[in-house]
Design a protein around this ligand. Sequence first.
Ligand code: XMP
Length: 516
Amino acid sequence: PVLVVDFGAQYSQLIARRVREAKVYSEVVPHSMPVEQMLAKDPAAIILSGGPASVYADGAPGIDASLFEAGVPIMGICYGFQVMAQALGGEVARTGLSEFGGTPVEVCSAGVLLAGTPEKQDAWMSHGDSVHRAPEGFEVLATTAGAPVAAFEDRERRLFGVQWHPEVKHSAHGQAVLERFLYDGAGLAPDWTPGNVIAEQVAAIRAQVGDARVICALSGGVDSAVAAALVQKAVGDQLTCVHVDHGLMREGEVEQIERDFVAATGVNLVVRDEKKRFLDALAGVSDPETKRKIIGREFIRVFEDAQRDIIAEAGEHGEEVRFLVQGTLYPDVVESGGGEGAANIKSHHNVGGLPEDLKFELVEPLRTLFKDEVRAVGRELGVPEEIVSRQPFPGPGLGIRIIGEVTAERLDILRKADAIAREELTKAGLDGEIWQCPVVLLADVRSVGVQGDGRTYGHPVVLRPVSSEDAMTADWTRLPYEVLATISTRITNEVREINRVVLDVTSKPPATIEWE
Ligand code: XMP
């Protein structure tokens, strides 16, 4: 892999993604990892990321200089560029001159790194210190007003660096610079493709699972579907998928799993119809956290029942059920290294959450992938587009989009309104622009309306379109008025109980994306 050494910037995952966009596999490692351990991963190249520190700060993270002697091609970015300059005997100065944001860069010699990019280019900067003298053996490639050495390279030792952030889209030729490093500087080939990912994962799953049986909870979301499809491709009938139909799904979703997904992938699927059980458990409950806990608890109970049935049946044939598939993604893997002390805003319930008393080994074929890569793999595997391109949908489903008690009737109302909103957003070509658009039923609120000749006293629904990178923060999406008008007209015409459609224009923070 290409290792991205994380110096604590929010940019290291982004760098890894950009490298992968160049079709080269990359992984993020912490800067605290000993150099021998990094080298033990047999890196094809290494990128030192930016970081919030000054190389002069007390306890500033550094890197053992032996890394630069290992013969591995290395590129330093921003803080990583300064760390590299300092470690190799260059000079980093605290000028007090900071550069933030779009900054004009003057290329004095394109070298390998800047070959094919213009002599004057705009690049995204964020630095206080700057490199004043390049280490011996390095050629200076570019300068800016605040950074006399803004890029350098030592072609012989295959060491490269830029002061700016090539990974952010505001750097006009950023991706080109990364590609020059990967392809020309490090001599790597762009061969990391969905097809190769599948081949690799299939081999890994077969090696892990042998001829044991595997089970998987299929929620209907992208991750569990693609994970299941991969495991199915690897071990076929050894896999049994369980879908818990809790009655809180959106219109058409259960059918998409039961019919389309099974047809496309050939997985063994067991559907447990537990609608009544969930409705009974939720009767009379309006408090959001209580709802979430009930849904999570019931889900685990049902899934455990299903597991027991599968284990019992396999046992009759002398087979062992030892593995559980989880759709864990790469950002979860990276983040579980840190993230301590984060406040518990909502108790997220992840479908497939591991029951504590059942000891399974996990199969996590998506552990190395970002969401968009999971989608690409899913498409390559033939998973239906409706599932592959599905927006994030919370585990507790529509149960937390009905403000008030959850009843069968209210679920039907919300399902209809939600289906209309989704259909119109898709029709208007807006799916790519929004992260998701929850539709929320204010079931305990009524307002007066007039329809036909009569007075109505119906419920409002809220449209909550948001744009986001990762759901940690979000802004409300400025949807075109015509689209909003169409959605509003259709919902109030077609869903009798709803006489008002309102728009949520709050960002996150202060609001969350979901209403509960
Ligand atoms: P909030 O409402 O916290 O949502 O801003 C952030 C993202 O997480 C989704 N979400 C969930 N996903 N289980 C999930 O798998 C949950 O319990 C859950 N609650 C919220 C939400 O849809 C948004 O994408």
